[in-house]
Write a protein that binds this ligand. Structure first.
Ligand code: SF4
Ligand code: SF4
Length: 207
């Protein structure tokens, strides 16, 4: 049998011990929490990258991504070419009342159109307001942290190498075109210096 009052003494000892320790809780909202930059707060949509492939909506375990689109016919780029059809986004919304922040939609998006933002202060009084439509999802993009810098020792990504090769090719073609144009200009200039009989009439012309 324990000594009477020992439980109380033990409890007081625990209270005294914890009182002297640094607190791990923050008085939110007076004190803002220090969150890691990659915190899963809310999802931003970079609409220009979205091809309406529907992969995110299909893979979402909560079925809380709503996408509507229609097809549009694009005229051929050159005469005689074929018409093409493309998907045009009409609606893109995420219901954050259902979302479980698993990040699957962001992982599966093949076109880098979805990103995590650390913003978390979007509580609403009406649950329906937790469905964020495309405009709101686009606004979250401004709060997405910049990607970490590339490792300078890393191998160059093949996309970058291909883009550089294409840019070099284009620059070389433009330089060749400019040289050709300059040559043609020079040719015309020297032709203009000759009269109908082939005699030169400009400065230094044969008499
Ligand atoms: S984070 Fe997960 S639950 Fe939320 S929208 Fe994306 S896939 Fe769905
Ligand atoms: S997976 Fe990406 S590209 Fe496809 S519909 Fe979703 S956001 Fe758009």
């Amino acid at each position: 049998m324990g000594i009477p009052g020992s439980g109380l003494a033990k409890g007081l000892a625990v209270t005294l011990r914890t009182m002297t320790r640094k607190s791990h809780t923050a008085q939110y909202p007076d004190a803002q929490p220090e969150l890691p930059p990659r915190t899963r707060g809310v999802i931003g949509l970079f609409e220009e990258n979205c091809t309406v492939c529907m992969l995110c909506a299909r893979e979402c375990p909560d079925w809380c991504i709503y996408i509507d689109s229609h097809k549009e016919t694009v005229p051929p780029a050159a005469p005689g070419g074929r018409e093409r059809s493309r998907n045009v986004l009409d609606r893109f919304a995420i219901d954050f009342a259902l979302c479980m922040y698993c990040g699957i939609c962001i992982e599966v998006c093949p076109f880098d159109a979805l990103f995590w933002s650390p913003e978390f202060e979007y509580a609403e009084e009406d649950i329906r307001d937790l469905t964020h439509e495309r405009d709101k999802l686009r606004e979250w993009m401004w709060t997405v942290p910049a990607p970490p810098a590339l490792d300078p020792r890393a191998e160059e990504p093949k996309e970058l190498a291909a883009a550089r090769k294409a840019a070099d090719k284009l620059a070389a073609a433009e330089a060749a075109q400019a040289a050709e144009a300059a040559q043609a200009q020079n040719g015309r200039g020297s032709e203009g210096d000759e009269d109908g009989n082939g005699n030169r009439t400009g400065n230094g012309a044969a008499s």
